[in-house]
Write a protein that binds this ligand. Sequence first.
Ligand code: PAF
Length: 280
Amino acid sequence: MQIVKNIEELRSIIKWWRGEGHSIGLVPTMGYLHDGHKSLIEKAVSENDRVVVSDFVNPTQFGVNEDLSSYPRDIDRDAAICEAVGADVVFHPDPEEMYFPNHCTFVDMDRLTKGLCGKTRPTHFRGVCTVVSKLFNIVTPDRAYFGQKDAQQLAVIRRMVRDMNFGITIVGCPIVREADGLAMSSRNTYLNPKEREAALVLHKSLVLGEGMVHAGQKDAKKVKNAIRENIEKEPLAQVDYVEIVDVENLEPIDTIEGPFLAAVAVYIGKTRLIDNLKGE
Ligand code: PAF
């Protein structure tokens, strides 16, 4: 397995693979890999002849007061994980390699990016769409793999690929959880032991909401309120949002009649965590 830092070098590897007739899978990540990422890479390895894992903490998706400088990084550990799982290349560019100093082109999207995380992170999805477009242009994969944990990101990427005719198959992969239910996230490393315990309230509250729906509750407002109230019982938790939305267009729904997405963002201490649950 190779670690590649340079775009032109990666392009020549891709060209070589294409000449050999290989299919290519891309797993975009910001590194500090956990078992959730591992499951994406494993799926990519099982479905493609060659797999590139990008490992790049993308500055354009962080707001001014967000955790860009403290975001955890460990390329040696990441590379070992990628190699063990069977990836072929880890693409690990410096920010200067990805963005020219006078870079001024962005990929942005209306609607899907405005609600949920877009409310508190208004420039986040512009950064995600921009870097993912760049990665798609550099790697030209057949398939790209994203986790369902970032449900809004997955919906946004699917829409971008459709709207911009990227011709890439987007594969969404299930949330991977710790044994006690906490959704895996690189940001979980910020939590102290008390916060780690408190963070369980996200998943527990979503499961409570799901139980209400299974018991016949169709009023989305009632389910949302119950989820919110349960989160608010936890003293270390502060709700950013609790929403029940349509799975595809992410618009809030009033009546739960078919598939729905219950999504939450919650500050545990200073750490903002997200989680969601897809229901039928
Ligand atoms: O999900 C992530 O880790 C990032 O948003 C992504 C897709 C790698 C873009 O930087």
